[in-house]
Write a protein that binds this ligand. Structure first.
Ligand code: CP
Length: 356
């Protein structure tokens, strides 16, 4: 099929209201493709939370582990990652294996027929010929959305697509594991409702920050603080979304220290300089006032959660790793279990797991 023909059709699709786009990724009233955080309502987040906890519990015994090994043993997943990844790739890979799925992968486009000039669209339709699920990370924004739209609209064998990070756009399964970690961290303190989330770093180009921001509509009385130099501040579309949800936010451009004592959760991010090719020279911007140092921890609430999607550079001192408020290593582990929960939900086997 001609790519420019599909380009035009996809532009038309992307101009539809959000609800109509989301309905393309929903089947029989359930999430089918996981493309963007706006697909997740509070019921879905709570369902995944309980399913994740149940999966963790079941897997502790050999009998439970063997039960899980059988649950999706008849399904195959393809991991298509054209950008580097450690956590998302490995956690999805292991999540599939926990559920007994067989996996195949393309991580280097130079080893696929992309190098012979095959279009992204044809490549994705090819992957869908062999597997039951595509988990993908792509350097182009909206590529996962395009893949799901393409298969749902033009293929007679649509299979679910899970977005493992798309350009500077979204990373919805990161936000799912982030919100799981936050809910778990505040389990005895009323959950995440009523809390203040401080996000710091490269907010402009960080897709994890965008996806987590879009989840805020599901929680009551939350506030968001965005701390970054002007050049790295959060984009207008996220602020407009928060306004439409009625979620209050503040913008801090002078220093992280000024707002640290206000936060219940502090979400640090690295500078995403892999995007410099398209968007400026980030090395010239002074970010020294937007790092979390060990000496700052006296100004952080004793009950706060320190988060980071990782990888990190020097924006969080390594000394903080031993502080009980540091949640980032837990985030990594939680990622595998929330992703296993999401896959089992997409394949409709959650009741078998919950009833085990
Ligand atoms: N958080 C995250 O997406 O990490 P990776 O890039 O290592 O997958």
């Amino acid at each position: 099929m001609c790519t420019s023909y599909l380009d035009d059709k996809f532009v038309t699709f992307r101009n539809l209201p959000m609800e109509q786009r989301i309905s393309c990724f929903t089947k029989r009233g359930r999430v089918f493709d996981m493309i963007m955080s706006q697909q997740m309502d509070r019921q879905f987040i709570d369902d995944i939370y309980h399913l994740t906890n149940k999966l963790r519990h079941i897997s502790k015994s050999k009998a439970g582990y063997m039960f899980l090994q059988n649950i999706l043993a008849h399904k195959r997943a393809m991991l298509y990652f054209n950008q580097p990844s450690s956590r998302t790739f490995l956690s999805f890979h292991n999540a599939c294996h926990i559920l007994g799925m067989k996996t195949s992968e393309i991580r280097d486009p130079a080893l696929s027929s992309e190098v012979k000039g095959e279009s992204d669209d044809d490549g994705l339709r090819t992957f869908s010929s062999y597997t039951d699920l595509i988990i993908m990370r792509h350097s182009k924004s909206h590529m996962a959305e395009r893949a799901a739209w393409l298969l749902n609209t033009f293929s007679n064998r649509p299979i679910p697509i899970i977005n493992g990070g798309s350009g500077q756009d979204q990373h919805p399964t990161q936000s799912l594991l982030d919100i799981y970690t936050l809910q778990r961290s505040f389990n005895n303190k009323g959950g995440f409702d009523g809390k203040t989330l401080l996000m710091c770093g490269d907010l402009k180009r960080g897709r994890t920050v965008r996806s987590l921001s879009f989840l805020m509509r599901n929680f009551s009385d939350v506030k968001v603080i965005y701390a970054a130099p002007k050049a790295f501040q959060i984009r207008e579309d996220v602020l407009e979304a928060l306004e439409s949800y009625g979620v209050p936010y503040t913008i801090e451009t002078e220093s992280l220290q000024k707002v640290l004592p206000l936060a219940d959760a502090i979400y640090m991010t690295r500078i995403q300089d892999e995007h410099d090719r398209d968007h400026g020279d980030s090395g010239k911007i002074d970010i020294s006032k937007f790092k979390l140092k060990a000496s700052d921890m006296v100004n952080v609430k004793p009950t706060a959660a320190i988060m980071h999607p990782f990888p990190r550079r020097d924006e969080v001192d390594v000394e903080i790793d031993v502080d009980p408020r540091a949640m980032y290593w837990r985030q990594e582990r939680n990622g595998m279990w929330t992703r296993a929960a999401l896959i089992s939900y997409i394949f409709g086997v959650e009741h078998e797991i919950l009833n085990y």
